[in-house]
Design a protein around this ligand. Structure first.
Ligand code: GDP
Length: 177
């Protein structure tokens, strides 16, 4: 169990993914008074693990605030979490922002899971090509194609989280939050 940061540029599907996996399992702990920044924590709990999503935009914040979100994520946050989940959209060219994100990600020591989202929009051949391309970057613990919209392989992401988060007790009592 541990802490996860979900990053990626606007419209790649961050909120769709989190809404899907959290669904009824969603707990929100936000605005801790002692912190200066508003850290929104979304907590996923099942029998096997607890994943605490930090600073996660999109679930309850207005859409327009999400633009270029990643650039506002500090290096310290990226180093503090146990796993970074970086989401890209299969249907878009790799843009300048992604190059900058990757440059940043190369500097952190945290494990990174790459999600290739919106696989429902392209052929499986194309999915394989994209996976191949990103594997050459060489910094991803796992590269997982998903469709956040229809749920394809979202289970695979949860399994990967479980495998990559540290073992240990849950941080929050399920019934007390
Ligand atoms: P965010 O800005 O990264 O949080 O992106 P959103 O979750 O708001 O998604 C942006 C748009 O992409 C929305 O219209 C979603 O319905 C759509 N979307 C998200 N995931 C998928 C997917 O797996 N497949 C398809 N076809 N559309 C998706």
């Amino acid at each position: 169990s541990g802490f996860v940061s979900v990053i990626g540029r606007s419209n790649v599907g961050k909120s769709t993914l989190l809404n899907r996996i959290l669904g009824e399992k969603l707990t929100i702990i936000s605005d801790k008074p002692q912190t200066t920044r508003n850290k929104i924590q979304l907590i996923y709990t099942d029998e096997n693990m607890q994943a605490i999503f930090l600073d996660t935009p999109g679930i309850q914040t207005p859409k327009n605030k999400l633009g270029d979100y990643m650039l506002k994520v500090s290096m310290s946050t990226l180093n503090e979490v146990d796993v970074i989940t970086y989401i890209v959209d299969t249907t878009e060219e790799i843009g300048k922002l992604d190059s900058e994100i990757i440059k940043k990600l190369k500097l952190v020591n945290t494990k990174i899971i790459l999600l290739i989202n919106k696989t429902d929009k392209i052929s499986s051949d194309n999915v394989n090509e994209i996976v191949e391309m990103y594997s050459k970057v060489g910094i991803f613990e796992e590269i997982i194609p998903i469709s956040a919209l229809n749920g394809d392989n979202v289970e695979g992401y949860l399994t990967s989280l479980k495998n990559n988060l540290p073992e240990g007790p849950m941080y929050y009592d399920k019934d007390s939050v």
